[in-house]
Design a protein around this ligand. Structure first.
Ligand code: G3P
Ligand code: MG
Length: 242
């Protein structure tokens, strides 16, 4: 089972920071998940929320701020003093920190004002960094997925859902999206979904799982992977521990 370090090892370090990704790597993670969005000057930065408000000492929408302004924010202190001075990283910095052997799920948190712009910038950056093979793109915004597929039919795409969609593969085909994986809310995962996906050559990954018992239960259903804030502990739970 693939265990994605969700926003890095985000129980041990501030989410989506270089510290969180480094911690995940140090713990032996073989896959990480991160959230990407675009600044006013069209730089790709790694942050979950559309605003700085929850996870930094500054406020405002990232889309309205320049990279310089975004990087003035401290994104570590809210989590713990040990991480004070941590800065919101560029996607490029994270890709350079994470070795190509580790799968990187880039989840696009798109603002409509960057529609059509963010997809191109992302593909360009990933190509420039030579990471096409180790990046999996996902988004709840399926226009983004459609556009990524149009721009690069070989791009690996994970379709994110937060609903119990019936026949998701049919819906995706109708929209011209060819997915590698379905990214499903863990509470809606069923054997029927997993079997249906596998029959069509698709993987199913569930978010967000932080309980060992649940991880084992999902593994026994044949699930391909989970997103977890506690990747080391969930890997341990599959090895028989808790
Ligand atoms: O990509 C899986 C998961 O991260 C989706 O939800 O809100 O944690 O980005 P969220
Ligand atoms: Mg995410």
């Amino acid at each position: 089972m693939t265990i994605f370090a969700h926003r890095g090892a985000s129980r041990n370090a501030p989410e989506n920071s270089l510290a969180a990704f480094q911690t995940a790597l140090d713990q032996g993670a073989c896959a990480i998940e991160l959230d990407v969005q675009m600044t006013r000057d069209q730089k790709l930065v790694v942050c979950h929320d559309l605003t700085l408000d929850r996870t930094t000492d500054r406020r405002g929408y990232i889309k309205d701020l320049s990279l310089e302004e975004v990087q003035e924010a401290d994104c570590g202190s809210w989590f713990h003093d040990d991480f004070s001075g941590e800065r919101i990283p560029l996607l490029q910095e994270v890709l350079r920190r994470v070795p190509p052997s580790v799968l990187v799920n880039v989840e696009v948190k798109n603002h409509p004002c960057h529609q059509g712009i963010i997809e191109e910038a992302l593909l360009e950056l990933v190509a420039r960094e030579g990471r096409q093979e180790s990046v999996l793109y996902s988004s709840f915004d399926h226009r983004v997925l459609q556009q990524i597929h149009r721009l690069d039919p070989s791009a690996k795409i994970g379709a994110l859902f937060y609903a119990n969609i019936l026949e998701p593969w049919q819906y995706l085909e109708d929209q011209g999206i060819v997915p590698f994986s379905l990214h499903w809310a863990e509470e809606y995962v069923s054997q029927e979904l997993i079997q249906g996906a596998h029959q069509r050559g698709l993987k199913v990954f569930a978010y967000t799982v932080n309980q060992g018992d649940r991880t084992r239960e999902l593994a026994s259903l044949g699930l391909d992977g989970i997103f977890s804030d506690l990747p080391r502990e969930m890997a341990g739970s599959l090895d028989g521990g808790r």
